[in-house]
Design a protein around this ligand. Structure first.
Ligand SMILES: [Mg+2]
Length: 398
């Protein structure tokens, strides 16, 4: 196709860049549409949920020098976006770069008539296994529903299940001490029901301190938990190093990383055992592949964050397909997901989830089609993450 395009006198130069903000299911999605002079369209998605207007602003800045660029020079464009200002980096800019970087991979894949994984070294595996998300809180008072949900997932063939902690009876209040006591009790009871063969994880969504996390882990009998995701915020590698010495439970950290430099201490110092890279935040496929190679050298496996729509999911599938060091991918298309982020009326072509794994599409580019008219009519909602407080009135992490 590339030969055909070039021999026909058409060029691959970037002609237009548009941002599309819409609400699909229960949450907003920010897509980037990059159109080339020869008509090939690339789609990308940004991962900075609830701060989409800041990302749109960053993309407006990037447009001024990206229009007219050759989209095949993906690595050079990444450097130009990152380095062409004095105050480089940060989550807003790398979320914008991520969306554009993914869109450029989509364009080049389509131009070469190959799926994106071919641009990343080819696929290492034939399918992408996922972990299931259970949406019932791990709480002693909700055990009947939790056991029902988790055993139903196991009966459907899922071998790894991630649960969420207790502590949201009042959606505006989160009390860490209460949560860790109740969650630990529920997890021990759940482990007794599901037996030792199922891999069990929990996402604490960085709502704890070092002391609270240590206390939580020490309440669990050995073998209860196979991974603990994001117990504290990742601003301080030293805090994680202190925590690493206080528990033997493997960590899954990284969805907030916004460059190779933010990932660096966690990989090099062995502070995480699974890498939760988010391709829509870290700087796209270009940056994710660099961090992945580095993690491989340290025997750390990719467990990618995938909380958005089909464009994010497709980019994550291609990354997972090409990763030699891979464990499991997050999906919210499992049997109990009610989010509707992958609405087929808006995204008529996607990578199908079959049982507990994604089938890797061999379609050129990302393998996702966007019904632009339907997406544009799905108007964005005013979305703000919950502002949580403790019982004493102080503010705490969402
Ligand atoms: Mg998480």
């Amino acid at each position: 196709m590339l030969w055909f395009i070039l021999s026909g006198g058409m060029t691959l130069k970037i002609q237009t860049i548009d941002t599309l903000l819409g609400c699909v299911g229960q949450r907003n999605q920010l897509l980037v549409k990059v159109v080339t002079e020869c008509g090939i369209v690339g789609w990308g998605e940004s991962g900075l949920s609830n701060r989409e207007h800041a990302v749109i602003g960053a993309i407006e800045h990037f447009k001024s020098f990206l229009i007219g660029s050759d989209p095949r020079r993906i690595g050079r464009i990444w450097q130009e976006m990152y380095r062409s200002h004095y105050f480089e980096g940060g989550r807003v800019l790398t979320a914008a770069m991520s969306a554009l970087d993914i869109a450029l991979h989509d364009i080049v894949g389509k131009a070469l008539d190959v799926p994106v994984y071919q641009l990343l070294g080819g696929k290492q595996r034939d399918l992408v296994p996922c972990f299931a998300c259970a949406y019932t809180e791990a709480d002693p008072d909700k055990m009947e529903d939790l056991v029902k949900e988790v055993t139903a997932l196991i009966d459907l063939g899922w071998t790894t299940v991630r649960v969420i902690p207790s502590g949201f009876d009042d959606p505006e209040v989160f009390e860490p001490r209460d949560s860790i006591v109740r969650t630990a009790r529920a997890l021990e009871a759940l482990r007794k029901v599901i037996g030792p063969d199922i891999t069990l994880g929990i996402d604490y969504h960085h709502r704890l301190s070092v002391a609270e996390t240590a206390s939580f882990c020490q309440r669990l009998e050995s073998g209860t938990l196979d991974f603990l995701e994001e117990p504290i915020r990742n601003q301080s590698p030293d805090a994680y190093a202190a925590l690493r010495g206080l528990t033997s439970v493997p960590f899954a950290i990284g969805e907030e990383f916004c460059s190779k430099w933010t990932a660096l201490p966690y990989v090099e110092r062995g502070l995480t055992q699974y890498l939760r890279v988010d391709v829509c935040n870290i700087g796209g496929l270009t940056e994710a592949m660099k961090v992945l190679g580095w993690a491989e050298a340290h025997y750390i496996d990719l467990m990618p964050h995938n909380p958005l729509g089909p464009v994010c999911t497709a980019a994550t599938i291609h990354l997972s397909a090409a990763a030699p060091n891979f464990s499991l991918m997050e999906t919210h298309q499992g049997p109990f997901s009610k989010f509707g982020w992958h609405d087929p009326a808006i995204f008529p072509k996607q990578h199908p989830l079959q049982g507990s794994h994604y089938v890797i599409s061999d379609a050129p580019g990302l393998g996702v089609e966007v019904n632009e008219e339907a997406f544009r009519s799905s108007l964005p909602i005013v979305a703000e993450a919950p502002h949580l407080r403790r019982n004493d009135g102080s503010h705490t992490n969402w």
